[in-house]
Design a protein around this ligand. Structure first.
Ligand code: GLY
Ligand code: MN
Ligand code: MN
Length: 433
């Protein structure tokens, strides 16, 4: 656990402060998922549950109520099972390790849920969590009496509405973890720039990035690493990675590690042979200019939508300058003529989830950025082989992505340890051994 127990206690207290009297909050850990017969996917804790407990074992359940000690239900110690699948904390050590006062084994879960619901008049759980939803629904089914059951069913509330507002603004401790995620992620990209060679597969280059993450102590990637050479860079979430990298092509790497549960999310695009061609450089300069302009708009009071519009203006002007688009800037923006070449947003919230929870709009108006929000800034241009663009630009995909925390006066880039200036990239790649 990289944060002390009081941090999680404060978060639980904040959730309870938003619960009306008579409400119960239920937040479940994830369960393991089978990959193939007896083999499971690597376990990743539910972000909401992690945020409130710091506990990374599967199957546990957190129950919060006013006037009742916070309650955690966990897998029991079981020496025979632990020989096969690893150590378990067990209920006896929950208080000393996690600072949660009341712990029980899983076989007590149904009775504890029934007891919590017995006098409740409102039940809150994150509606986007399948296991929390199933546990709550199962408990409703056990309630005796149609009237009482209907009363509870009609007082279900999405805990995400408050919890995700809390998660949307990061505390100084969280920002420290995200700074480290940014640093480790950046080093992985640096390793790729230094070690890439024509003829290598995309997957081999991904393994260099991920090896660096792991050697720096990160237990996991935050999402599947994207490595796309040449036109594969035009596939936004390309995870196939089976092609060989060719001299003369660019390669796009979108990769981030996880640190303390928090995601890094960095994209860099660079030449496989260390030198940009003329056409690659022309497009790259436009994307970099768009990113620079968008970054300047990351400050309190502006919004993700505002810096998206800034990026669109710069990208669209660039497409006009290169004669990939024709007409006026105003028309091209109005008709969204840029969409075949730029089809995604310029940023998203970042945190325990790579596309983090939180709110982008309130009644149709964009939510203003505020200090502690962490966002990405990631414009790109994707000129498919099948596009109408001049032939020299076809088959080139470029994205540049950084992670940025909003500060009181502007922002701090968390992922700046890997170059994006094209001259700096060429120098770095020339000097590599
Ligand atoms: N890595 C996914 C994204 O940039 O949104
Ligand atoms: Mn991103
Ligand atoms: Mn990304």
């Amino acid at each position: 656990m990289l944060l002390p127990p009081y941090v999680f206690e404060n978060r639980r207290d904040r959730v309870k402060a938003s619960l009306p009297d008579g409400a119960v909050a239920i937040v479940a850990a994830h369960a393991e998922v089978v990959r193939s017969r007896d083999s499971d996917y690597p376990f990743r804790q539910s972000s909401d549950f992690w945020y409130l407990t710091g506990f990374t074992e599967p199957d546990a359940v957190l129950i919060l109520q006013h006037g009742v000690p916070d309650r955690l239900v966990v897998r029991p110690n079981d020496p025979a099972a632990e020989v096969w699948t690893g150590r378990r904390l067990g209920p006896e050590r929950v208080r000393s390790r996690l600072g949660i006062p009341d712990a029980h084994p899983l076989n007590a879960l149904d009775a504890l849920m029934d007891e919590a619901l017995a006098n409740a008049d409102r039940v809150e759980y994150p509606f986007d969590c399948i296991r929390s939803t199933r546990l709550a629904e199962a408990a409703f089914q056990r309630v005796r009496g149609q009237g009482r059951k209907r009363q509870l069913l009609s007082h279900r509330v999405d805990l995400g509405l408050t919890l995700h507002r809390h998660r949307q603004v990061k505390s100084p401790e969280e920002i420290d973890l995200m700074r480290k995620a940014g640093q480790i992620s950046a080093r992985g990209h640096l390793a790729a720039m230094r070690q890439v060679e024509p003829g290598m597969t995309e997957d081999q280059l991904a393994s260099i990035v991920e090896h660096s993450f792991r050697m720096d102590g990160s237990p996991s990637v935050a999402y599947q690493t994207i490595v796309g050479g040449g036109e594969n860079a035009c596939i936004l979430h390309y995870v196939d990675r089976s092609d060989r990298l060719r001299s003369g092509d660019l390669v796009l790497i979108d990769a981030g590690c996880e640190w303390g549960g928090y995601a890094g999310d960095i994209t860099r695009t660079f030449p496989v042979n260390g030198q940009f061609s003329g056409a690659q450089r022309e497009l790259y300069d436009i994307v970099l200019a768009a990113q620079t302009a968008a970054l300047a708009d990351v400050r309190p009071g502006l919004s993700i939508r505002a810096y998206h519009e800034t990026a669109i203006r710069v990208l669209t002007q660039g497409l006009l300058d290169l004669k990939i688009l024709t007409g006026t800037l105003a028309d091209a923006i109005e008709t969204k003529a840029y969409l075949p070449y730029y089809m995604h947003g310029t940023g998203h919230l970042l945190g325990l989830d790579v596309h983090d929870v939180g709110f982008y709009e309130d009644n149709g108006s964009p939510i203003a950025l505020q200090p502690g929000m962490v966002v990405t800034v990631e414009p790109g241009l994707y000129i498919s082989q099948h596009s109408d663009a001049p032939a020299r630009y076809r088959g080139i995909g470029i994205r540049i992505e950084d992670d940025v925390v909003v500060t009181t006066t502007g922002h701090e880039v968390l992922s700046g340890d890997v170059p994006k200036d094209p001259d700096a990239i060429e120098v770095l790649m020339k000097d590599r051994c």
